[in-house]
Design a protein around this ligand. Structure first.
Ligand code: PMV
Length: 308
């Protein structure tokens, strides 16, 4: 039997603008993860057991565009596996779906690595990342590739679309509270809406993307220099620009305001927006009271994570 696990992720800075070539920063969140177990099966077929999405089926009974089925089909094609082996595949994930925590990419990466190990197909991280990017494209339209990259390498990533990703150093660890609005918001839709805005006024929105890119660039320098105290203001600036892009929402705004009022140094949405998660930069000793305030204000769940 082979097992593989991949972490969730959050985008610290630069979502949406990253689709238009500006830099973004993302970090893994190891408190949530996707896990895949693959073993030989006694019964003929490829049997998938994914209780979190209520999926218990043999591969060939599923539509080929079903997300998990599509990872398996594409992998078997890539690795030129023929005839199909008999396998039992179990997938579990503690990452909420469609909430900006990278659940899709984490399932793809964990499953791909477990399949590769079970079928003795050797894959470098670069190959896993490239494969996961192809899968992301099937579901997200025009993804930047940041999700699959941070999830594959499980390290803080400075990402510019089409360029080699850079792993960045965290000069001094800092603490984030992540809070879930509980509203599932497909990234594809907010990315599509931003594209429509941009089509109508490219010059105007390019200026907004430039400003977001500058925030990401400055934030990376502050993090590397061990100055997380400079990040609060940058987080707030990034949120104001995301609001301009129309990807915040009343629920996100309420949690962001709550976090700031409860003492966070800065707060913003993270990921596609419209729902999903927000993040707040907090002093470690404030994490508990800020989490409690966020729950009081309607957050469905909170995670405290230390960025190292
Ligand atoms: O919603 P998430 O966490 O998958 O992040 C989407 C990030 C975007 O910049 C909005 C889209 C992308 O492909 O980078």
């Amino acid at each position: 039997m082979t097992k593989s696990s991949a972490p969730g992720k959050i985008i610290l800075f630069g979502e949406h603008a990253v689709v238009y070539g500006r830099p973004a920063l993302a970090v893994p969140v190891s408190q949530v993860h996707a896990d895949a177990d693959v073993s030989d099966s006694e019964r003929p077929g490829i049997w998938i057991d994914a209780p979190d999405v209520n999926l218990h089926a043999e591969l060939n009974t599923l539509p080929s565009d079903q997300p998990i089925a599509s990872v398996i089909h594409n992998f078997l094609f890539l690795a030129r596996v023929s005839p199909f082996p008999d396998l039992e595949i179990k997938i579990t994930a503690s990452i909420p779906v469609a909430s900006g925590l990278g659940s899709g990419a984490a399932v793809t990466v964990a499953l791909t690595r477990a399949l590769a190990a079970q079928l003795n197909y050797s894959m470098t991280d670069e190959e896993v990342n490239a494969f996961a990017y192809e899968i992301e494209k099937l579901y997200h339209g025009t993804p930047s590739g940041i999700d699959n990259t941070v999830v594959t390498y499980a390290k803080p990533v400075y990402f510019v679309k089409g360029q080699l990703m850079e792993i960045f150093k965290v000069g001094q660890p800092f603490t984030l509270v992540i809070a879930d609005t509980g509203i599932s918001a497909p990234t594809r839709e907010s990315v599509g809406d931003v594209r429509r805005l941009w089509m109508n006024d490219k010059a105007g929105w390019e200026t907004v993307f430039d400003k977001i890119g500058e925030v990401s660039f400055t934030a990376r320098r502050a993090i590397e220099a061990g100055r997380p105290d400079l990040l609060g203001q940058l987080i707030d600036e990034n949120q104001a620009l995301l609001q301009k892009l129309t990807v915040s929402s009343p629920e996100l705004d309420r949690l962001i305001e709550t976090a700031r009022n409860a003492g966070a140094m800065g707060a913003k949405l993270s990921g596609g927006g419209r729902g999903g998660n927000m993040i707040a930069l907090v002093q470690p000793e404030m994490a508990e009271s800020i989490s409690a305030a966020l729950k009081e204000a309607g957050a469905k769940n909170t995670i405290t994570t230390r960025v190292l």
